[in-house]
Write a protein that binds this ligand. Structure first.
Ligand code: CP3
Length: 385
């Protein structure tokens, strides 16, 4: 199998990224890649960094090979999806790859009637309205329903083995996927979703249970195929009150994390605008809590301390990457300081914006790697407290 060549102009670092050979650690015996160690709260020689939406329209090489049409067609082509996953790893030297796929892939695969419109997001032919729609969400059989995704994971597991860059598999959390199914597309208010949640709590909880089963089946299959960590995206959970989250959403997400526990891979839980929910979200049982830019990481550790997540992930505001470099430099160092150097995976607070200069992302990776973790003040209220 041959993956596509790196286009001219891309900064290629080493084979896939500027990472040490796996198992070579100045600290001593053979160890895991730095990203996995950070997820587990273990000592690291540098703070690992990757970016949500690191593959995508910010990269000219992505635009060159992505082509027209729905992203779902791209995801259905394993060699192309693998190439798109690898592009940011090669260019930026990030410490983890994230599978090129989408959170609506499982529901699309069981035939719910979903597409993803470029520049807009998921669109549903016939939105979820009543109990009669439940039968349209049959259980996911990943090897039968999403063979292309698993083939992509297998290709990537092979390609990423020698540089020692872990692959992150992912799924949409039950609430965030439900919000698309019920609203019929992206929403600002989540009014139909909240109306269903409160108007027919029994149906709502059955819907979330079905979606939790699908996320779990998908994530387990990705890990079986070679993903070394997983992230559950509850991107839009921040729209909820703590009470609604706790009673009507948290149980389904908790079931997903519990169902992955035996696999032993780090589990990351992320949402946007979730400052008031962080403590509850940590109770869902992930190892790592993803945080957006609204809450400093040391404060996020305090808010989640009761549940002892082993790490925090985040949280530079992606919009700041459009500001002059000195701003990025100052703000990135502030994130590193709040992260405390251990049990921190550097990331943005949400996805890379398409208009981001990819050179800034590469420079940001270099900056994060250049700051010795030992120089960062220990985070107050850290995981060892
Ligand atoms: O590098 C990566 O992060 C790649 C893989 C990835 C995609 N979608 C590819 C994609 C991941 C992890 C996702 C997850 C995803 N999809 C989420 C959760 C993450 C988040 O942003 O909070 C959500 C909410 C979706 C649903 C979705 N898919 C949206 C809102 C959009 C944006 C629409 C747009 O075009 O701006 C998509 C499309 C999509 N998924 C793109 C990519 C690279 C963009 C466009 C394309 O080339 O068509």
């Amino acid at each position: 199998m041959r993956l596509l060549p790196v286009p001219a102009g891309a900064r290629v670092r080493g084979s896939v990224g500027a990472v040490p050979e796996p198992g070579v650690d100045p600290a001593g015996p053979a160890t895991e890649p730095v990203f996995l160690r950070a997820c587990r709260g273990l000592p690291v020689e540098r703070v690992p960094v990757w970016f949500m939406r690191q593959a995508g329209r910010s990269l000219p090489e992505y635009r060159a090979v992505r082509g027209e049409g729905s992203i779902l067609q791209t995801i259905a082509r394993p060699e192309l999806a693998a190439e798109l996953t690898l592009q940011p790893v090669r260019r930026h030297g990030v410490d983890a790859a994230i599978l090129f796929s989408d959170i609506v892939v499982p529901v699309a695969a069981v035939g719910f009637g979903v597409d993803v419109e470029p520049g807009h997001g998921p669109v549903i032919d016939r939105p979820f309205r009543s109990a009669g729609d439940l039968h349209r969400l049959r259980p996911l059989e990943p090897e039968i329903d999403t063979p292309a995704v698993l083939e992509t994971v297998r290709i990537l597991a092979g390609e990423l083995r020698s540089p020692g860059v872990p692959l992150i598999g992912f799924a949409g959390a039950p609430f965030t996927v439900a919000s698309y199914l019920v609203e019929g597309g992206p929403s600002r208010t989540y009014s139909r979703t909240k109306a269903l949640m409160h108007g027919d709590p029994g149906l709502w909880s059955r819907l979330l249970d079905v979606l939790a089963d699908m996320a779990l089946a998908s994530l387990r299959s990705q890990v079986a195929a070679g993903a070394q960590a997983i992230q559950l995206f509850d991107s839009w959970a921040g729209a909820l009150s703590p009470a609604d989250y706790e009673q009507r959403v948290l149980p389904a997400s908790r079931r997903v994390f519990a169902g992955l526990a035996d696999l032993g891979v780090p589990r990351i839980h992320f949402g946007v605008g979730t400052g008031e929910l962080l403590g509850l979200m940590a109770g869902a049982g992930s190892d790592v809590i993803g945080v957006d830019w609204r809450v400093p990481l040391d404060e996020a550790r305090r808010r989640t301390a009761e549940h002892r997540p082993t790490a925090v992930q985040g949280n530079l505001d992606p919009a700041l990457l459009l500001a002059p470099w000195p701003v990025v430099d100052t703000e990135a160092r502030a994130v590193l300081a709040a992260g405390g150097g251990q049990g921190h995976v550097f990331n943005l607070g949400h996805g890379v914006l398409p208009e981001t200069d990819p050179g800034v992302l590469t420079d940001l990776v270099e900056l994060v790697h250049a700051v010795p973790p030992g120089s960062l003040r220990p985070a107050a209220g850290g995981t060892s407290s």
